[in-house]
Write a protein that binds this ligand. Structure first.
Ligand code: GDP
Ligand code: MG
Length: 677
């Protein structure tokens, strides 16, 4: 077996299986739209390669990620296709299976989630399926790895070049008229130059053309298309004459669905099926049209309570006292022992430890937040949030699917922007990508943790929740504005699919938390470390030489350029200006810079210094600005790549700066008017 491809409906366990078979770790989540790109991995037993593809319901592409699978089938030639189907939703899943069987390559059907089916009292008979579909059927539980060995063996057997050609393949009879059209199309396809090297069977191609599959038509020349169009037109006419009301694609569809129905009647025993009791009971509350959103907000509030008050802050304090106590002292003693110069000493203690350590102390908060997000994703609650927000998003001109990038954006904006690929309409996709940076990513959390921890100790979770909600509200308002001014597009439809609730496995939860948090640690070791060294050097040198006082340093000069512009917002100091400028590299660096600036001084610790430098209102205005101002360097990079346009990228930077300024101005000046200080 050389290569295999995993194809199936969304949320059927393809990526789970891919991870087990290749010992890699790709994103798994209990909702559709998780995988948007194909991923290739080597099988653990080194017998070949396997490709994980985004989930699709049929080979008719509607969105960019759906096209990935169809394109793959047109251009690459896997030795075997592994079609993953969800045993508890067989009927819907088999539609794709039929199309894959027509494709003409060996197909193995991975009958996944048999545990779920069993728990719901649904009995599936693999042997009956196998004989009706004329393909191997392997029962699986991708979550635990059950059935893997059988699957691997089967892949080896079916996919090896020496394997005997299958005796019989599934050939559905589409009726005389359609079959004649297929027969007429095949010679054209055989002669076609553009299809040379295309691994698909000609019958499959002919049927896809009759179904008007755009990916297939795109690969043909205009002359060929003209020929084909006349055949399909004739076919439609003939059907009309026969008194058939359905269009050609509809007819093909109905032949397939009646075949599937007959198959399921034989192969699926639903006599003991239980209703989805638990899921329904939970949904009656959390997916309630009125109560749903307040419950979601309450859930978020609890999430922040846990992230800060209940668990995060105590852990963070421990870490802080370790870094500023034993660690700094140890390093300092070590440096003395090796006779380090005062330059090195200061670089390490005042630059690196202050800058990197100052951010690392917020590690507990960040990991707790990631753990909660992973829980939302893997339990199935994410899909309910999608359902609740769908109508709201559509009202402001966004696709319901936009909620997925938005929620991912709370972790990190970079993968969130990539996740926008699951949105079909190009304009809705661009709009979503432009607004993702308003979702408060975890890099902004250290800033909130620092400032809200100093100024709003008792209401920290409230204030932080407020900032998150502010980001969301502004995204909705701007979506309405942008979609009516910048884009006018016909709305696209969106079907939310509600998977049953599943208790996330603790291993999966920890792993996906780690995968999200890893990026933060990597950033700490690279960007934040490098940034801290540069920032420290900028504080160490100044126009008048080295080892200058902080106020005479290059950093002070740089930050000073912005001080007067920022003054109306309440934080017109060079310190704030410098932190915000360096924060463009990565928003955590705002905290690193503050740590370095306020570190070298005898007048009390960082917290005390910040509480003298800012008033609570100024602190709030500063946090608002950090929430909204320009996306970080990595986000700008991915925006450029995904929009393929500098114009939109610059627009994103520009509008967010203006927005940040405007909103922070309202917060500060409004607060002053109301009598706060
Ligand atoms: P994909 O969208 O097809 O790639 O599906 P994923 O691999 O992301 O899995 C979707 C969800 O189903 C995740 O929550 C998995 O943990 C869960 N899952 C996958 N396979 C099984 C299985 O065999 N049994 C059960 N109970 N859950 C599964
Ligand atoms: Mg997947």
């Amino acid at each position: 077996m050389k290569s295999a491809a995993l194809i199936g409906n969304p949320n059927t366990g393809k990526t789970s299986l891919f991870n087990i078979l290749t010992s890699s770790y790709e994103y798994v989540g209990n909702w559709s739209g998780v995988t948007v790109e194909k991923k290739v991995g080597q099988l653990r037993n080194k017998s070949g390669f396997i490709t994980d593809l985004p989930g699709i319901y049929s080979l008719h592409p509607l969105s960019k990620d759906e096209g990935v699978a169809t394109n793959y089938l047109l251009t690459e030639s896997p030795s075997v296709i592994v079609n993953i189907v969800d045993a508890s939703q067989l009927e819907r899943n088999l539609y794709l299976t039929v199309q894959l069987l027509e494709y003409g390559k060996p197909v193995i059907i991975g009958l996944n989630m048999i545990d779920v089916a069993k728990a719901r009292g649904i009995k599936v008979l693999p042997e009956v399926m196998a004989s009706r579909l004329r393909a191997e059927v392997v029962p699986l539980i991708a979550r635990t790895g059950e059935g893997n060995q059988q699957l691997l063996m089967c892949m080896d057997k079916v996919g090896s070049p020496s394997a005997p050609a299958p005796q019989e393949v599934l050939l559905l009879d589409y009726g005389r008229t359609l079959e004649e059209a297929v027969k007429a199309l095949i010679p054209i396809l055989e002669k076609s130059h553009s299809l040379q090297g295309c691994p698909a069977s000609k019958r499959w191609l002919a049927l896809q053309l009759l179904e008007e599959n755009s990916v297939v038509t795109q690969s043909l020349t205009p002359a060929e298309l003209e020929n084909i169009a006349s055949i399909t037109a004739r076919c439609a006419q003939q059907l009309n004459k026969e008194g058939i009301k359905e269009s050609v694609p509809e007819l093909i569809r109905s032949v397939r669905t009646s075949f599937i129905q007959a198959l399921c009647n034989e192969a699926v025993d639903r006599s003991e099926q239980k209703p989805h009791n638990l899921t329904e009971k939970i949904d009656a509350i959390v997916a309630h049209p009125l109560l749903g959103i307040p419950i979601f907000l309450l859930f978020m509030f609890m999430m922040f309570q846990l992230t800060f008050d209940w668990l995060g802050n105590p852990l963070s304090d421990l870490l802080d006292s370790f870094i500023s106590g034993p660690l700094s002292q140890g390093v300092s003693l070590g440096l003395d022992a090796v006779g380090a110069s005062s330059f090195t000493r200061s670089l390490v203690i005042d630059g690196v430890i202050a800058g990197v350590g100052g951010v690392l102390v917020f590690l507990p908060q960040i990991f707790i937040l990631f753990l909660m997000i992973s829980f939302i994703e893997d339990s199935g609650y994410m899909a309910r949030i999608t359902l609740l927000t769908d109508r709201l998003l559509e009202k402001v001109g966004l696709n319901g699917k936009a909620i997925i990038p938005f929620i991912l954006g709370f972790g990190c904006n970079v993968p969130a922007i990539m996740a926008s690929r699951s949105i079909e309409q190009p304009k809705e996709r661009t709009l979503t990508m432009l607004l993702v940076p308003l979702m408060s990513c975890s890099a902004r959390l250290p800033v909130y943790a620092l400032f809200a921890g100093i100024f709003f100790t008792r209401y920290q979770a409230f204030v932080v929740l407020g900032l998150y909600v502010l980001g969301i509200l502004l995204a909705l308002i701007l979506a309405k504005l942008f979609s009516s001014v910048l884009f006018k597009d016909k709305p696209s439809f969106f079907v939310v699919e509600l998977p049953p609730y599943r208790m996330p496995q603790s291993v999966t939860l920890l792993r996906s938390t780690w995968e999200k948090g890893k990026g933060f640690l990597r950033k700490a070791g690279t960007f934040i470390l490098g940034g801290s060294v540069i920032i420290w050097l900028l504080t160490y040198c100044g126009p008048s030489g080295i080892s200058v006082s902080m106020d005479e340093s290059f950093l002070a000069k740089l930050g000073g350029l912005f001080a007067s512009i920022l003054a109306p917002l309440g934080f017109g100091t060079w310190q704030s200006g410098a932190s915000l400028v360096t924060g463009f590299m990565a928003k955590e660096i705002v905290v690193s810079t503050m740590n370095i600036i306020y570190h070298v001084s005898d007048s009390g610790g960082l917290q005390q210094q910040i509480s003298t430098a800012f008033t609570p209102l100024q602190g709030l205005s500063f946090m608002t600005f950090v929430l909204l101002y320009t996306p970080c360097l990595a986000t700008v990079g991915v925006l450029r790549k995904e929009t393929a346009s500098w114009r939109w990228t610059l627009f994103s930077i520009g509008y967010s700066l203006l927005l940040a300024y405007f909103i922070a101005l309202i917060v500060y000046q409004g607060g002053l008017l109301l009598g706060f200080s």
